[in-house]
Design a protein around this ligand. Structure first.
Ligand SMILES: [Fe+2]
Length: 241
């Protein structure tokens, strides 16, 4: 039997607020009433199970999904997935999606006046190994404008989904890059009030995973719950916020 660990409630302000008026679409989206907890049924807590058999082994490398190489700066993004007691979460599905080097998504809703890249789709997935480690090879995503306010630009970011053992456990977040001048102005990044917690969303440059003559390495560890948890767009906060 494993070691019994105490439950530690999150510190206030360490997860994004549902309502953050500077992030304009949160005004309509934020709940006006206290959240109602729905009892989970078997279908939500037992599956679907995504094991190694569903993983496309090449999907971790977003630079090799087409006949040619995508434009932009190659990067390696790697890290560990940990639980609230800093134990590795192994064999769990991680998916990412992102804009191309010019700041354009391959998506019908993205009308940004920037070129698509025929050699870059912008989606990848992988499983963590038994030590909770994951690794992606991709392109540094471009910054892009959005309609939140006058002259609004998103900092460079990669969207992450951590599926977990069932539909009800899926978590979604965004990873940013160190030194991005847009971070202080980004309403989505700044939805999390606590500065220390917010900065857990910023990866750090890593010589250890940098490949000579090939790609710069960035490290991004993800903590799923507890006091050191990574801010998640999908966490239930319990309070009206
Ligand atoms: Fe995005």
């Amino acid at each position: 039997m494993g070691e019994i660990q105490g439950y530690r409630r999150n510190y206030p302000g360490t997860q994004p607020r549902h309502l953050h008026p500077a992030y304009v679409s949160s005004i309509k989206r934020a709940p006006l009433q206290p959240l109602v907890r729905l009892p989970h049924t078997l279908s939500e807590i037992t599956g679907p199970l995504f094991g190694p058999e569903i993983v496309d082994r090449k999907a971790y490398d977003l630079t090799r999904q087409h006949s040619g190489e995508p434009l932009g700066e190659r990067i390696v993004v790697s890290g560990r997935v940990l639980d609230e007691n800093a134990r590795p979460v192994g064999n769990t599905l991680i998916e990412i999606w992102q804009a191309n080097a010019a700041g354009r998504y391959l998506h019908s809703r993205d009308q940004h006046n920037a070129p698509l890249d025929p050699n870059f789709t912008g989606c990848g997935h992988t499983m963590t190994d038994s030590e909770g480690r994951y690794r992606f090879v991709t392109i540094l995503p471009g910054k892009y404008p959005w309609g939140n306010h006058y002259n609004a630009w998103r900092p460079a970011h990669i969207h992450f989904s951590l599926f977990g053992p069932a539909f009800a456990t899926r978590l979604v977040t965004q990873m940013y890059f160190p030194g991005d001048p847009l971070l202080p102005f980004d309403p989505i990044f700044n939805c999390t009030d606590d500065e220390k917690a917010r900065n857990r969303l910023v990866s750090f440059f890593d010589w250890e995973t940098t490949i000579p003559s090939q790609a710069l390495g960035y490290r991004f560890d993800i903590v799923l719950s507890g006091r050191d948890s990574t801010p998640m767009e999908t966490h239930l906060h319990g309070e009206k916020s």
